[in-house]
Ligand binder design. Structure first.
Ligand code: MLT
Length: 272
């Protein structure tokens, strides 16, 4: 964390799944060097953050109810709010990528007066359909049974553009390590929390802060159509498409990503 000389509005960065705060290191370093204040916590159950506490009733294959721990998007948003209280920060610009975007929607909903700008990267507003929910439960069970390596093998090709995979071995290594070092039970709880998230579509017209929507041209997980859906419904929003990037735009094209968020933050703070 770093005190701001450029703008007094700190940026709160919310990471994706199954990652941790280190996915923002290129942003934190570049923005701190320019005098912005940044806060990038590990979200519940991931990185070094404490284990989940909520419990959900699910049905097993034989339709018997059973309780499983889960970390909801609301839990994560409330954790971020408590962290800001601790740091005595009243207002922030919230930047969430993918799962971090779902947490950002909850944060704006819970604490509207604390948000003066929103950055939504590689995310979407609608909830999961039944097939997607079932896929998440299957993935949660794989993590609990076999650890994170199978997930890393299965998701890597979708997370990074082919150009990144071919030309940027450091990013490939960082992403692989973040996934394989995640705690399987924390990751399974977050995966179940995402399955339980609500549909944020009705929130979109009520978002009344400047909003920047970022999407990678090659994102297969949250494609451009998801970004356009949000852009059409959030009144004061702008859309940026990042070339040569898939899902992890901030890691694949950090300079471009940093430039668009710095321009946006200056605009939102009335500095340009
Ligand atoms: C992420 O990167 O956070 C995930 O792709 C989100 C999701 O599975 O919906």
């Amino acid at each position: 964390m770093n005190k701001s000389s450029e703008t007094s509005i700190p940026l709160l960065f919310l990471h994706g799944f199954p990652f941790d705060k280190s996915m923002w290191s290129d942003q934190v370093e570049a923005l701190n060097a320019k005098g912005f204040r940044t806060i990038a916590p590990d979200l519940r159950g991931l990185g070094a953050a404490v284990a989940p506490t909520s419990v959900s009733e699910l049905s097993d294959q034989n339709h018997r109810p059973r309780s499983v721990p889960l970390s909801t998007m609301e839990d994560m948003a409330r954790d971020a709010g408590a962290l800001l209280d601790e740091l005595q920060i009243e207002q922030v610009i919230v930047c969430g990528l993918s799962m971090g975007g779902y947490v950002a929607f909850e944060f704006v909903h819970l604490f509207p007066s604390r948000v003066c700008g929103l950055i939504l990267a590689g995310t979407r507003a609608p909830a999961d359909n039944d097939q997607e929910k079932a896929g998440r439960e299957q993935q949660a069970q794989t993590m609990l049974r076999a650890g994170m390596v199978p997930i890393s093998i299965a998701t890597m090709p979708k997370l990074l553009a082919s150009k990144t995979r071919a030309e940027n071995p450091d990013v490939v290594k960082r992403v692989r390590e973040m996934i394989t070092q995640s705690d399987p039970s924390g990751a399974a709880a977050a995966q179940r929390g995402m399955a339980a998230r609500r549909d944020y579509t009705d929130d979109l017209p009520n978002i009344d802060v400047p909003t920047l929507i970022i999407v990678g041209r090659d994102d297969l997980i949250r494609p451009i159509s998801d970004a356009e859906f949000m852009h059409e419904r959030i009144p004061n929003s702008q859309l940026e498409i990042i070339e040569d990037a898939a899902h992890l735009t901030n890691m694949e094209q950090p300079e471009k990503f940093n430039q668009v968020i710095i321009d946006f933050v200056r605009q939102a703070a009335g500095l340009s």
